[in-house]
Design a protein around this ligand. Structure first.
Ligand SMILES: Cc1cc2nc3c(=O)[nH]c(=O)nc-3n(C[C@H](O)[C@H](O)[C@H](O)COP(=O)(O)O)c2cc1C
Length: 360
């Protein structure tokens, strides 16, 4: 049996295979109230039916002002948690585990969906003033407000309250979004964090917000459920956040009870020069796995079943996450099972399909 289809256990959670759905924003909340809709049920539900072991939601805001766009989902109130509970129930019924990515967009908040151009949404049109470690804008977006001590506390408390709601909604795991130039990453990188207080300057200070969030989440998140963190391993810009720092903070986070580091890259600075190619971020996952001794997920142009299997065989990661390939093909794990020779009765086909399609 190819190890892509081995189960994996993190604390009390056993996931049926190592092919997981990466978080993907959908900009599908037309009511702008952060409540997930039937779109999310169908989008996520199709991938759970398609055999993905664990299905991550898109970046889900822990505070209203932490949304990227007004159409983003959230998990800062009970109505949102109740809507998530229905979706989580469906994912579980399909045999998938359910993870929610807890997020705050920081200075990349209050913008239009990409297909509308991604321009800032002014308060008069339902937008809001973005916050950040420092009053420094991303690219040509609006200059954000620098968070004061009370604002930072509110963010940390927001992540913890979201974790409580995630547990009530039935999620099996939470992922703290510390990547792609959003708020946590803005604190990590010296390119966006220009503070001179205890949250800026040294490695210890720049990582303080992330470490406080993880402690606050761990304090309320059940002991038997795993926590993951997504990090950008590099800013791909001179003078930015580095792979060495990623490995070091991963080691610290593992000591705080983080069970998996999901290793991505970039998103902080428009000057980034990313060397894109098949599996281009896999070496970062391997470095984190080896240097921090933590379970890792690899992501980024993993598109082919044999290639995905090699990531595991090479010891670069413990699970693979797919994003765009999963959009093209919600049943990617079925094809992987077929191509890698997994017997039909051990592949993640729903019984409904197995009867008709595979037994004639
Ligand atoms: C439509 C779309 C939305 C995305 N939204 C998120 C998100 O909400 N959170 C996140 O961490 N990454 C997000 N990403 C990045 C993916 O999770 C993934 O890291 C990236 O697409 C590389 O993987 P791939 O080559 O398999 O697509 C998004 C990607 C796409 C294509």
């Amino acid at each position: 049996m190819p190890s892509l289809f081995d189960h994996i256990t993190l604390r009390g959670l056993t996931v049926r295979n190592r092919i997981w759905l990466a978080p993907m924003c959908q900009y599908a909340v037309d009511a702008c109230d952060g409540v997930p809709t039937d779109w999310h049920l169908v989008h996520l539900g199709a991938r759970a039916t398609g055999g993905f072991g664990l299905v991550f939601t898109e970046a889900s805001a822990v505070l209203a002002e932490g949304r990227i766009s007004p159409q983003d989902v959230g998990i800062w109130n009970d109505a949102q948690a109740e809507a998530w509970a229905r979706i989580v129930g469906f994912l579980h019924d399909r045999g998938a585990a359910a993870g929610v990515q807890l997020a705050h967009a920081g200075r990349k908040a209050s913008i239009e969906a990409p297909w509308h151009g991604g321009a800032p949404v002014p308060p008069a049109d339902g937008g809001w003033t973005a916050v950040a470690p420092s009053a420094a804008a991303f690219d040509d977006l609006v200059v954000p407000h620098a968070l004061d001590a009370a604002g930072i506390r509110e963010v940390v408390d927001g992540f913890a309250a979201a974790a409580v709601r995630a547990d009530a909604a039935g999620f099996d795991t939470v992922e703290v979004h510390g990547a792609h130039g959003y708020l946590v990453h803005q604190f990590l990188s010296p390119l966006s964090n220009l503070r001179d207080d205890s949250y800026g300057g040294s490695f210890e200070n720049r990582t303080r917000l992330l470490r406080e969030i993880v402690d606050a989440v761990r304090a309320v998140w059940p002991e038997h459920k795993p926590v993951s963190v997504r990090l950008s391993a590099t800013d791909w810009v001179e003078g930015g956040w580095t792979l060495e720092e990623t490995c070091e903070v991963s080691r610290l986070l593992a000591g705080q009870g983080v069970d998996l580091v999901d290793v991505s890259s970039g998103g902080l600075d428009p000057r980034q020069q990313i060397e894109v190619g098949p599996g281009y971020q896999v070496p970062f996952a391997r470095a984190v796995r080896e240097k921090a001794g933590v379970t890792t997920a690899a992501v980024g142009l993993i598109t082919d079943p044999a290639q995905a299997q090699r990531v595991l065989d090479d010891g670069a990661a413990d699970v693979v996450l797919l994003a765009r390939a999963a959009l093209r093909e919600p049943g990617w794990p079925w094809r992987a099972a077929h191509e890698l020779g997994v017997p039909a009765d051990e592949a993640p086909y729903p019984p409904n399909y197995a009867r008709g399609a595979w037994r004639g």
